[in-house]
Write a protein that binds this ligand. Structure first.
Ligand code: FES
Ligand code: FES
Length: 210
């Protein structure tokens, strides 16, 4: 048996017939909000996170009927007039998106954090993002992205983005790649410099910054 509920999703009031046991996650996905990901379905992975009245909430852990009358925000509601939200922009600029499966939940979790705390410490950012499991990034770039977005939202200057792609001239003597990092024992450590001579470019050395 279904029940009619009205809730506000990304500032639009909408009415749905929902099943007694239907989860908010399943309602949002069938309503077309594909950014809300279906992961463990058990409250563990966090990829189904949406903002419920501004609070990060695992949508697999509440019934759609419980969200009646509430305000929901999904990533589809972050950009305005075709412009990315500063968090989305920073995720792109820092290369914080890999497979992207966790990214909507990371963005919404970070938004809730910055709404409460415009200048969070790295530990606070890590603590907030730890609720959303990311199998790809190691959280290095996501933390950087949140710090960058926080600075931009405080109207502070942010450093220009280093090019993630560059066209290599076939006769270049040397090309230096952007500095890369990984985490070792919880610390940010630079990747050892890479020196490589592409076989099709015998005169060019490709060097990673130390
Ligand atoms: S799908 Fe909801 S926490 Fe994993
Ligand atoms: S970017 Fe792949 S799971 Fe986070």
């Amino acid at each position: 048996m279904s029940k009619e509920i009205t809730l506000t999703i990304n500032q639009v009031k909408q009415t749905f017939a929902v099943g007694k046991k239907e989860k908010l996650l399943d309602l949002l996905r069938r309503a077309g909000y594909a950014s809300v990901k279906h992961g463990c379905d058990a409250g563990d992975c966090g990829v189904c996170t949406v903002l419920l009245n501004g609070q990060p909430t695992r949508s697999c852990m509440i019934l759609a009927a419980e969200a009646a009358g509430q305000n929901i925000v999904t990533v589809e509601g972050l950009s305005k007039n075709g412009n990315l939200h500063p968090l989305q922009q920073a995720f792109v600029e820092t290369g914080a998106v890999q497979c992207g499966f966790c990214t909507p939940a990371q963005l919404l979790t970070a938004k809730a954090l910055l709404d409460q705390s415009p200048n969070p410490s790295e530990d606070e950012i890590r603590e907030a993002l730890s609720g959303v499991m990311c199998r790809c990034t190691g959280y290095v770039k996501t933390v950087e992205a949140v710090q960058r977005a926080a600075a931009a939202l405080r109207d502070e200057a942010v450093p220009p983005v280093e090019a993630l792609e560059q066209e290599l001239p076939a006769d270049a003597a040397e090309v230096t790649l952007p500095k890369a990092f990984y985490r070792r024992n919880g610390e940010r450590a630079p990747l050892p410099p890479l020196i490589y001579t592409p076989p099709e470019m015998p005169k060019t050395r490709v060097v990673g910054k130390a």
